[in-house]
Design a protein. Structure first.
Length: 59
């Protein structure tokens, strides 16, 4: 590896995905964010309401 190819904090890129998470059971789901984020009407894991879902990043 040459000095030009060395990975440093300055030239690293991180891929992050926007997901939603249920605050009651921890279920994670994709937001499908391209223009607008879409959340399900309720959590498929525990059935809780949409108000208990939050958008987070996953790396």
């Amino acid at each position: 590896m040459s000095a030009e190819d060395e990975i440093t904090a300055e030239n690293r890129t991180f891929a992050m995905t926007l997901v939603w998470k249920c605050t009651r059971c921890g279920y994670l789901g994709e937001t499908g964010c391209v223009g607008a984020c879409k959340l399900p009407g309720k959590c498929p894991g525990c059935g809780t309401r949409v108000e208990d879902l939050v958008v987070v990043t996953e790396d």
